[in-house]
Design a binder for this molecule. Structure first.
Ligand SMILES: [Zn+2]
Length: 446
């Protein structure tokens, strides 16, 4: 089951907002009180049903509507159980986002909700957006279920209703392509075998000489370049903001101003957007996707190999695992199959002849003893395809045939394609809106 959440702004007037703030405050106090009670009295995981009768009088005094009293207890039990599992400092409730179950809210048509707040029930207009409609449409067409409980969450001065949907994954469709992808520092390289013309002829593949077309695509992500640029900026700020007090140097990174500026960089958002985009591109057609099994901590392994301090930081920031996770998640939702193959020697062996290559011209270009060149990122995806043939069952044979039919001219064309895309471009800047006089812009001009 795939789960998705959507936060939709609620249009509250002043009175409703005040009423909500009352509710939020009481809910938070109730949750904290129960949490304290549990921490004092229990050592192991507990269930809501066991403690409800013990704590219901404690909770009552905050004047919460009954449905919220129960949710606050459930919320506290959840937090307590998580704390029991992970240990650590005694849990405190910093911010509470009240859960509203089916007694406390209902839809009013498609664009409003009726919600019970602290003192009364109100009708609040929703400010729906595309993502919300998309999931509502899935509900209408029976492909998703909306959870009965929503969450009311305040961020800055706006209150959101957070809806949760459980999606029924799409049925496994007949793949139109076999696609291997490899996430590199600044690019994602994709080798795609197009099955569209041959998809109905699977049974004949072994007899006929049908060889489906294979193509190479390179997405530019600039994860590495972006991380490097942000690193330079952060360092210059740390330098600029550090001060000396009584001969002691206070690093700039500990200042509020530094944290404020870093937040404004929105580095994480930008990375996430790119991760999402790549994952979307890879899963938008029914295909069998193939990639390397990255292991638990892919970056750590690479760091051990590469000593250089700067590279070390850059790789740490590289969201390789994030891309794989996102692809896995989207693939599940869209009924796309994902095959993981071993990452062993994928970029060092010739995918045509299966022999080890040498790299006389630097780390990128591999030379096969049989006398041809191949880019290591291309070798990687082709080797992934080859390694997957056993698992691909009825498609294995055609993948093998396609790889065997690859000629040197195609490989040369692909070298040019990868090299061209790898060259730094304007995309590496933080945002098109960056002013030339800001540290970001200054850095760019260097
Ligand atoms: Zn070769």
């Amino acid at each position: 089951m795939v789960r998705r959440s959507v936060a939709v702004p609620l249009l509250f007037d002043g009175n409703s907002l005040a009423d909500f703030l009352e509710l939020e405050r009481a809910y938070k106090l109730a949750k904290q009180t129960v949490l304290d009670y549990l921490v004092e009295g229990y050592k192991d995981r507990i269930s809501y049903f066991r403690v409800w009768h013990e704590v219901k009088d404690l909770v009552k005094r905050y004047g919460l509507p009954f449905a919220y009293q129960q949710q606050a207890v459930k919320d506290a039990v959840e937090t307590f159980n998580a704390w029991v599992e992970t240990g650590g400092v005694r849990p405190t409730v910093r911010r509470a986002a009240p859960y509203a179950d089916e007694r406390a809210w209902r839809m009013e048509g498609q664009t409003a909700v009726s919600i019970r707040l602290m003192s009364r029930r109100i009708t609040a207009e929703l400010w729906p957006h595309r993502r919300f409609w998309r999931f509502e449409w899935l509900v209408i067409t029976g492909r998703a279920r909306r959870a009965n409980t929503i969450r009311l969450k305040k961020t800055r001065n706006r209150v959101y209703a957070v809806f949760t949907y459980e999606l029924t994954p799409e049925e496994g469709k007949k793949p139109l392509a076999i696609t291997a992808f490899d996430v590199n520092e600044n690019t994602v390289v994709v080798a795609r075998i197009d099955l569209r013309k041959t998809v109905d002829k699977v049974a004949q593949w072994n007899r006929d000489k049908i060889i489906p077309p294979i193509s190479l695509h390179v997405f530019r992500t600039d994860f590495g370049r972006l991380a490097k640029r942000y690193d330079v900026i952060r360092r210059s700020w740390a330098e600029e903001l550090s001060i000396e007090i009584n001969g002691r140097r206070i690093p700039g990174t500990t200042t509020r101003e530094f944290r404020k500026r870093v937040k404004k960089l929105r580095e994480r958002n930008r990375k996430r957007d790119r991760v999402n985009k790549v994952a979307h591109e890879l899963t938008k057609e029914p295909a069998v996707l193939i990639t390397e099994d990255l292991g638990e901590k892919p970056q750590e392994e690479m760091i051990q190999r590469k000593r250089d301090k700067e590279i070390r930081h850059r790789i740490k920031q590289m969201p390789m695992k994030a891309v794989l996770k996102k692809v896995e998640d989207k693939a599940k939702e869209r009924g796309v199959r994902l095959v993981l193959v071993s990452s062993r020697k994928n970029s060092r062996i010739c995918p045509i002849h299966g022999v080890e290559m040498t790299f006389p011209l630097g780390p990128k270009l591999g030379f096969c003893p049989r006398g041809h060149w191949i880019h290591r990122d291309v070798a990687s995806v082709l080797n992934m395809l080859r390694k997957a043939t056993d698992e691909l069952k009825e498609y294995g044979e055609v993948v093998r045939k396609t790889l065997d039919a690859l000629d040197e001219k195609t490989l040369e064309k692909w070298i040019a394609l990868v090299m061209q895309t790898e060259r730094p471009a304007v995309l590496a800047r933080a945002s098109p809106m960056t002013r030339p006089d800001s540290p970001l812009g200054r850095e760019r001009a260097r």
